[in-house]
Write a protein that binds this ligand. Structure first.
Ligand SMILES: Cc1cc2nc3c(=O)[nH]c(=O)nc-3n(C[C@H](O)[C@H](O)[C@H](O)COP(=O)(O)O)c2cc1C
Length: 448
């Protein structure tokens, strides 16, 4: 069992979302504002639907935090669904009242939104209705909705706060939306290098090219934060927005790719000794559990399969007289070669910071692919579960593209898994104890 665990609960149009975390060490400073900032980041992005205008997510801390610090007890978080007022007659937990005699009106809970018999392609609707024996598909879609990711972003915020104490930072940016990444068209199959800076297709060495072009991850991240589509390149941002407009006008939707980089991770998180302890496996599962994520790759990822071994594996070097500052919290170890630093180091990071299921001290680099939003303004064919008639799935309101939001959710789930691995390795009941354990380990690594 993991030392840090969490569950979420809540329906998309229910009263709200609840998250329960256990295993957060005591004395970690955290505020609702910090969590709200992360929730707000999830709500941004060009191409979102009407829902985001209704919901301004704010967290209510129900337990586990007192005077701005964790207590070591379970942390319970609640995010109210602002739209609840309009939906309570549909989502009310109590049984519906009997129909008044002689009146043919609807019961509470029966309205134009209430009874759904038309499964939407690309959603949990049909499989969920069959599996859970539901004639009203609303009983499935309310929980399978990506609204749930707000709860995971709240949990991820607590995890991020913990990681900050150890100098670990998590960054994300969008590398492609639809077939547009910079001016490179994956669909056209053109092989010329992109004219626009950062964005390369999924299978390229995106991260390395970013590092080469940017003085720091922080700078890159700031650019992504300033972009409507979380793409660090201004020209690429415009090209992507245009593509989203085209999709909107033709009633279509788009997916894309985002990249996550974790810096400051010490060597040795995760383990090679058992399948479910492998850090890459845990991170991949976390990312694959985000709605609509269909692929995850580390470092070179699928590109590695196309290269000979000599162009894939990161050679190991050593320099005498290690600079003591190198081994402080938050500094990668062994680092990529930067300046005159000693100890073990690599000149490349094709592995994406993980070898044999363990962090190797380099930046962890992950990309995730999101499929296009399945609810389309241009309807797709499906079959009514009651009448068995073919119909064209219509929509209420939907995002056209949610890749920027998904990248923020990606940061959250990665933060949770890295925090989990940190607690597994350095776990203590208080933050102070965890730091003592961490410092002792780093001291040991220094002398290795
Ligand atoms: C942040 C985010 C927002 C999403 N918004 C929508 C949406 O507005 N409409 C929709 O049909 N799907 C949306 N999705 C995708 C669906 O939730 C997802 O495709 C669906 O639950 C089926 O799950 P699966 O694709 O993992 O099989 C969103 C996903 C994410 C991560």
């Amino acid at each position: 069992m993991s030392n840090l665990r969490y569950l979420t609960a809540g329906e998309s149009h229910g009263k709200g979302l609840t998250a329960l975390m256990e295993g957060v060490p005591a004395n970690l400073e955290i505020t609702a504002e910090y969590i709200n900032n992360e929730l707000a980041r999830r709500q941004m992005g060009y191409g979102r639907g009407g829902r985001m205008k209704i919901e301004t997510d704010t967290v209510e801390i129900l337990s586990g935090i007192r005077f701005g610090k964790t207590l070591g007890s379970p942390v319970a978080l609640f995010i109210e669904n602002r739209d609840w007022e309009n939906w309570q007659h549909v989502m009310i937990p109590s049984p519906p009242a009997p129909l008044p005699l002689g009146e043919g009106g609807q019961r509470p809970g029966e309205g134009k939104f209430s009874h759904v018999t038309r499964p939407r392609p690309g959603h949990a609707d049909l499989s969920g209705a069959i599996k859970y024996n539901q004639r009203d598909i609303r009983n499935i879609l309310e929980r399978s909705s990506a609204r749930e990711t707000a709860a995971r972003v709240a949990v991820g915020a607590v995890a991020k706060r913990l990681l900050e104490e150890f100098g670990i930072r998590i960054y994300s940016w969008v590398t492609a939306i639809g077939n547009v990444s910079g001016q490179w068209s994956v669909a056209s199959g053109q092989k010329e290098p992109p004219k626009v800076g950062w964005a390369l297709p999924t299978s390229s060495i995106y991260y390395s090219s970013l590092i080469a072009r940017c003085s720091s991850l922080e700078e890159l991240y700031k650019k992504a934060e300033g972009s409507d589509v979380r793409c660090p390149d201004a020209e690429a941002t415009e090209a992507i927005k245009q593509r989203i407009d085209e999709a909107r006008n033709s009633g279509d939707s788009l997916g894309g790719v985002f990249e996550i980089v974790v810096s400051g991770v010490p060597v040795g998180l995760g383990s090679h000794v058992q399948w479910d302890r492998k850090l890459n496996a845990r991170l991949a599962m976390a990312l694959m559990s985000i709605q609509a994520i269909k692929g995850v790759e580390f470092g070179l990822g699928f590109e590695a399969a196309t290269r000979p071994g000599s162009e894939v594996h990161d050679e190991i070097f050593y320099k005498i007289s290690p600079d003591p500052s190198l081994l402080k919290r938050g500094k990668s170890y062994p680092p990529l070669e930067k300046g005159d630093k000693g100890g073990f180091y690599r000149k490349t990071n094709h592995a994406g910071g993980i070898e044999g299921g363990m962090s190797n001290g380099g930046d962890i680099v992950i990309r995730a692919a999101m499929k296009p939003i399945p609810t389309l303004y241009q309807p797709l064919k499906s079959v009514d579960i009651e009448t068995k008639e073919i119909f064209e799935a219509s929509i209420e309101r939907s995002d056209i593209c949610a890749v920027p939001a998904a990248s923020v959710v990606g940061e959250a789930v990665v933060a949770i898994e890295i925090a989990n691995a940190m607690i597994d390795k350095f776990g203590g009941d208080s933050l102070e104890e965890m730091k003592r354990n961490y410092d002792g380990y780093i001291e040991y690594v220094r002398g290795f």
